[in-house]
Write a protein that binds this ligand. Sequence first.
Ligand code: FAD
Length: 454
Amino acid sequence: MHKPIRVAIVGSGPSGMYAADALISQTAIPVSVDVIDKLPVPFGLVRYGVAPDHLSIRSVRDTLDKVFDKPGVRFVGNVEVGTDISVANLRDFFDAIVFTYGASRDRRLGIPGEDLDGSVAATDLVAWYCGHPEADRATFERLIPSATSAVVVGVGNVAVDVTRVLAKTVGELTHTDMPEYVFDTLRRSPITDIHVLGRRGPAQATYTTKELRELGELLDSDIVVDPADLVFDEASDQLIATDKAIARNVDVVKEWATRSKSGKSRRIHLHFMARPVELLGDERVHEVVVERTELDGTGAARGTGATFVIPADFVVRSVGYRGQPLAGVPFDETRSVIPNLDGRVQDGTQVVAGQYVAGWIKRGPTGIIGTNKKDATASVASLLADVDKLPTAPFATTADFDKWLAAAGVRAVGNEGWRAIDAAERALGATNGRDRTTIATNQDLLRAANLVSE
Ligand SMILES: Cc1cc2nc3c(=O)[nH]c(=O)nc-3n(C[C@H](O)[C@H](O)[C@H](O)COP(=O)(O)OP(=O)(O)OC[C@H]3O[C@@H](n4cnc5c(N)ncnc54)[C@H](O)[C@@H]3O)c2cc1C
């Protein structure tokens, strides 16, 4: 029998949970795994990204949660690596570290006016409506009830999610686990028009058909597509002919372009071949200057110089996520990922012994939740193949680590604490006739975990 190893996983999103599962499910090497997260609750973007009204996708967390039932796997929440404990310190307690801390920064548009009041990143809006403890509640509770026209920049699934949440009636959302304050704010939303901007054509948009279709099925929101925006060059025709998913997406918007408005209270305007070039306003944004684009034959878009203006007092930038560096770990600034070879962290051409990476911080923000399973399993295979070369941690027990955290004043949430939070959220949901209501502040989460009493 091989000697037991201790592995720290930094981040409890899907990639961290799949990595823990892959480690614990093999029998050749005895492993104990601590899944560390800066938040008091696990599951990363499955809890704080996936749209709350997509219940079946969010139920993935039930599958991920089963990993904590397996002997040898611990949740260590409310511990931020880089702040509460350094990577160098972690190495004292674990033979190997797997970085799975995701890619949580937003990409910027790089246009004038981007920082005006009323212009927000989709990352922040999503965090707010999902009840992330670090979300800026005051900003959204001020902006949404005072906005009438919104622009969403981007045509990926996240852009579609935020558009749908802004366009739905509160009645269409009350079955979700969104915190009460989100319903209260959305109930007061005077937004009547949501303009979605895609810089390329309908054949190049990156949303998926299921998510797209939902925009045309909302209770009190019409969908508006200008037939003139449906531009297809030779390369687009080729894509439509060879890719069924793209052909389906194009069929959906073509059908919408023939629909007449039915007089609903809200309208979603889908604009293709249109990119924002400037946000105008004194303090708060009140207009978006949009440039018409054309396809250049390779699938890319270029500006035509022709512009038009959309009145808007709320702008959501949804043009992607990027990773951020963690002190003590190599980082590729160009790709915003941790450089690696088959999941082994690399510093230049050298492999860093005992350090591995998986998920969005390994490959960038691409793929679906399931993509992280294959990815994390591959990184774990590299770790297990290296097992005889791992540096041995000097303090090799769970108790040593817990003692260090306690001495540093870190109140870690363990499996029991997480179970208590889970139960408290279900109980809170039951009082509102729902399965669950998200507890949205760190203080309340720690109180539910029985870590603070006041
Ligand atoms: C808005 C949005 C909606 C999405 N919807 C879907 C969908 O409907 N279907 C689908 O298949 N995919 C969806 N995805 C993609 C899916 O969420 C990702 O593929 C997946 O979450 C990536 O997993 P990850 O573990 O790499 O990162 P994450 O899920 O981001 O997990 C990272 C974890 O690391 C923690 N962390 C960060 N820094 C530290 C630190 N310093 N110390 C300790 N912990 C740290 C974070 O708190 C977080 O829990 C969506 C993504 C977004 C952004």
